[in-house]
Write a protein of this length. Structure first.
Length: 70
C-alpha cells in the first residue's frame, strides 16, 4: 500500500507475496532453475501419522515439514 502512494518500502511487496506461500515460492524457484530439495505437497486432510511415516520412508532424513502459508 505504501508503494502505491509513492512511499519507499524496504521489502519488495511482490517478493513478500511469493515468500509467504511455500507452494508459490517453490514454483518460482523451479522456473528460475534453482536447485531445491525433493519436495512433496500434502493436503491438510492427509496430515496424519501414516502419511508422515511414508514421507520419511520415501525421502529419508533430514526432512522439513512446512505449512504452505508459513
Amino acid at each position: 500500500m505504501a508503494e502505491l502512494h509513492g512511499m519507499k518500502v524496504i521489502d519488495d511487496p511482490d517478493f513478500i507475496i511469493i515468500r509467504c506461500d511455500s507452494i508459490n515460492m517453490f514454483m518460482h524457484l523451479l522456473r528460475a532453475g534453482i536447485k531445491i530439495p525433493e519436495t512433496r505437497f500434502v493436503e491438510k486432510k492427509e496430515l496424519d501419522r501414516r502419511t508422515m511415516e511414508s514421507l520419511f520412508e520415501e525421502l529419508g532424513t533430514p526432512l522439513i515439514l512446512n505449512a504452505p502459508h508459513a
